[in-house]
Design a binder for this molecule. Structure first.
Ligand code: DCP
Ligand code: CA
Ligand code: CA
Length: 367
């Protein structure tokens, strides 16, 4: 039987690298991308930062004021997140990936699995050159660098990818997989969070090797059948999950900038009605029904907000979007005193005949 050759590509310091791409002069400075909550000038959290800023101790999730303090005295540059732009860059790279793989599975805005078994004829030697070629091509066409992990399955590719960043390339051959995993702490496995780590520690399991040797029946007793078997297999480098397309987008949305900042409902709705026209058309073309309607706004202080409403039943018509958008904005304007600068409308929770598996990310997910 032929080996599978699976790659995971993860874009380096992605949001910050996108900002560097459109502002080439900042490349050597600390770059921080933040989600600004809008309460005070510096309230909010770091979304990500480039590696220069990381040297000063800046981390994703850190309060912005703390990042500012760590970067005091440097020529650091701060940006507000711009999901729309990052998603455009991401889509361009994903399109390039598609040309290099039999199957592509995008897992987030900055990560995708590529099944390249056929392209490299099952050879891990060829996979190395092939990965370099993909990296060079994306760098040339889009200007973004990323890290690749290569392995005989998704599990190994992911952990290989995490082991050396940025601009990394780590290749783990099938016969190396178990030894590669063995010394790593169990929380490197997908699905092993804080709680599970603590529980496993109590059972005397610290490394993946400990977990691999642990009695599978006992794992099932503690974690239940599905998880117990998953942990046992994962620790033994066994993962048979295919690389597969996630189906179509999980949401359809449009965003636009208002001609002027305003709190006038009619003025806002004029814009969102235009956006809704587009959305309704796409929904109809794709034959979808949706369960959720959301609005998105960027306020004068550049903070962004979203509000959603879950419908009692699936809908597919424009009127439902218009009606719910209106009531969400009415409610929002009653709660906030700031003027609105940009607005967006989104429908999600799609269904056709069967419910589809949901993807983990959405560009509206702002903190
Ligand atoms: N992100 C975020 N908040 C977090 C973590 C991540 O908003 N707490 C966003 C910004 C990142 C993007 O998701 O650019 C991808 O996340 P990664 O964890 O892959 O981190 P980066 O791409 O920023 O850095 P790395 O080079 O470590 O992959
Ligand atoms: Ca990532
Ligand atoms: Ca990344």
């Amino acid at each position: 039987m032929q080996n599978h050759v699976i790659m995971l590509a993860d874009f380096d310091y992605f949001f910050a690298q996108c900002e560097e791409l459109r502002n080439p002069t900042i490349k050597d400075k600390p770059v921080v991308v933040g989600v600004y909550s809008g309460r005070t000038e510096d309230s909010g959290a770091v979304s990500t930062s480039n590696y220069v800023a990381r040297k000063y101790g800046v981390k994703s999730g850190m309060p912005l004021f703390l990042a500012k303090r760590k970067l005091e005295g440097t020529d650091a540059v701060f940006f507000h997140v711009d999901h729309e732009y990052y998603e455009q860059i991401s889509n361009r790279i994903m399109e390039i990936f598609r040309g290099y793989a039999t199957n592509l599975e995008q897992v987030s805005v900055d990560e995708a699995y590529l099944d390249v078994t056929e392209q490299v004829e099952g050879s891990f030697e060829k996979a190395g050159e092939y990965a370099q070629k993909i990296k060079a091509d994306v760098k040339r066409q889009v200007g973004i660098s990323f890290t690749i992990g290569v392995g005989p399955n998704k599990l190994i590719a992911k952990i290989a990818c995490d082991s050396q960043k940025p601009d990394g390339l780590t290749i783990i051959k099938p016969e190396e997989a178990e030894a590669f995993l063995a010394p790593l702490p169990v929380d490197r496995l997908l699905g092993v969070g804080k709680k599970t780590t603590t529980r496993m520690e109590q059972m005397g399991i610290k490394t993946i090797s400990d977990l691999a040797k642990y009695d599978c029946q006992r794992l099932i007793e503690v974690f239940g059948k599905a998880l117990g078997i998953y942990f046992h297999n994962a620790a033994n480098a066994v993962d048979n999950e295919p690389v597969q397309e996630q189906g179509e987008a999980e949401s359809i949305s449009r965003i636009g900038t208002l001609k002027q900042d305003t709190r006038d409902l009619a003025f806002i709705l004029q814009k969102t009605n235009e956006l809704t026209e587009d959305i309704a058309q796409e929904v109809a073309e794709k034959g979808l029904s949706f369960k959720t309607v959301s609005i998105y706004m960027v306020l004068t202080d550049l903070s962004s907000k979203t509000r959603s409403i879950t419908l009692e039943q699936l809908a597919k018509d424009k009127e439902t979007i218009l009606r719910n958008t209106r009531s969400l904005f009415e409610k929002f304007l009653g709660e906030s005193t700031l003027e609105v600068r940009r607005v967006g409308v989104k429908v999600s929770g799609f269904s056709r005949e069967e419910p589809r598996q949901k993807k983990l990310t959405s560009f509206f997910q702002t903190a």
